[in-house]
Design a protein around this ligand. Structure first.
Ligand SMILES: Cc1cc2nc3c(=O)[nH]c(=O)nc-3n(C[C@H](O)[C@H](O)[C@H](O)COP(=O)(O)OP(=O)(O)OC[C@H]3O[C@@H](n4cnc5c(N)ncnc54)[C@H](O)[C@@H]3O)c2cc1C
Length: 320
């Protein structure tokens, strides 16, 4: 069975990110997954990678991955594509992952598909499903040239264990001078939050201009905490300075695809929808029954959010 390379995303201290397990699950549909691990920490991660189907784990334990931005990772993957001739390469559709995918495509003369929300084995090779124009159109695409390189959005595939050997294969790697032109000079650790990371969260609660102020936006955090969710915001909220840009969902913010997306006081402009339309279940709270968000909501509540949300939090807390 052909190998399928999966670039393992992990934290700096070696914790395997959930999206890696999702990619391994998707890779099993296309062939035999081989995880690609960059930097230290592979020993601790190997059992988890094997549990989710990695037949092989390529380990390139080089300091170059932490010392320079994405170029060394693309270089490593290009060398593995040349030596292993995989059926496909799956990469997390994060900002960094998409940059690695693009660079890898150029290096290997291959086609690249980004923002895939599903990957299956098609008659002509891996078939990726991608939402386009803010989710208004869904396309199914295959790569016609080189090795299919597919960046898959986090939360698009449900991770399922399927134990495999996880045989570790050490790969000697030193980044070329060309890959060392953008150096990491400082790491600033984001303030730790007890909430899940926005792009990876299974539940996202987002607030819009309807919250009225930075103080009013606090109700969104309360609802998120009652559900164990990440907090998101519309651009109107970010532009008003009520919440940081890192939490903006939409065309010029983050793309999320959680199991549950709760949009509170958000009109549902096309640019916001572009970042959340592939959420599995969408719940909207808005006082305007004509708000466009209701066109894509699975459940909608027409009402004042300051009346609806406290009742919602009370009900959720009762069920805990
Ligand atoms: C190039 C470009 C890129 C953009 N990128 C993004 C992006 O990435 N993300 C993004 O979000 N937007 C983006 N926008 C902006 C987008 O067009 C909208 O302006 C924005 O999404 C509106 O945010 P909102 O829904 O919070 O505010 P509004 O459109 O003002 O909607 C507020 C909603 O709250 C409701 N409401 C008010 N008070 C209450 C209440 N008390 N209870 C319940 N409901 C209430 C109102 O009925 C209304 O529907 C972009 C725009 C452009 C041009």
């Amino acid at each position: 069975m052909a190998e399928v390379l999966v670039l393992a995303e992990h934290t700096a201290d070696g914790e395997v990110k959930k999206v890696t397990l999702e990619l391994l699950t998707a890779a099993r549909r296309l062939g035999e997954p081989s995880a690609v691990w960059t930097g230290p920490g592979a020993d601790a991660a190997q059992p988890r990678l094997a549990e989710y189907g990695a037949a092989k784990v390529y380990v390139a334990d080089s300091a170059d991955f932490a010392g320079y931005v994405v170029a060394p990772t693309a270089e490593l993957l290009a060398s593995l594509v040349a030596s292993a001739s995989p059926a496909a390469v799956l990469i997390a559709g994060t900002t960094e992952g998409k940059e690695v995918a693009g660079r890898l495509a150029v290096k290997t003369g291959s086609g690249v598909l980004t923002d895939a929300v599903d990957v299956t084995a098609g008659a002509d090779g891996p078939l990726a499903e991608q939402p386009n124009f803010g989710g208004a159109i869904t396309v199914h695409s295959t790569v016609k040239k080189g090795t299919p390189i597919i960046a898959v959005r986090p939360n698009s595939v449900a991770a399922e264990p399927s134990p495999a050997a996880g045989a570790v294969e050490a790969v000697a790697f030193t980044a070329s001078d060309a890959a060392k032109t953008a150096k990491v000079v400082e790491h600033v650790v984001a303030e730790a939050s007890a909430r899940p990371e926005l792009s990876e969260a299974s539940i996202v609660v987002s607030g819009g201009r309807g919250t009225g102020s930075a103080d009013g936006f606090g109700i969104i955090e309360q609802l998120a905490d009652s559900l164990g969710a990440a907090v998101g915001a519309s651009r109107a909220v970010v532009d008003a300075g009520w919440y940081p840009h890192a939490f903006q969902v939409g065309q010029t913010g983050k793309t999320v695809s959680p199991q549950l997306y709760v949009a509170v006081g958000i009109s549902g402009a096309i640019q916001h929808r572009a970042g959340m339309q592939t959420s599995k279940t969408i719940v909207a709270v808005n006082k305007d029954a004509e708000a466009p968000i209701f066109e894509i909501a699975d459940f909608g509540v027409v009402g004042d959010l300051f009346t609806v949300v406290p009742q919602l939090i009370e009900e959720i807390n009762k069920r805990k």
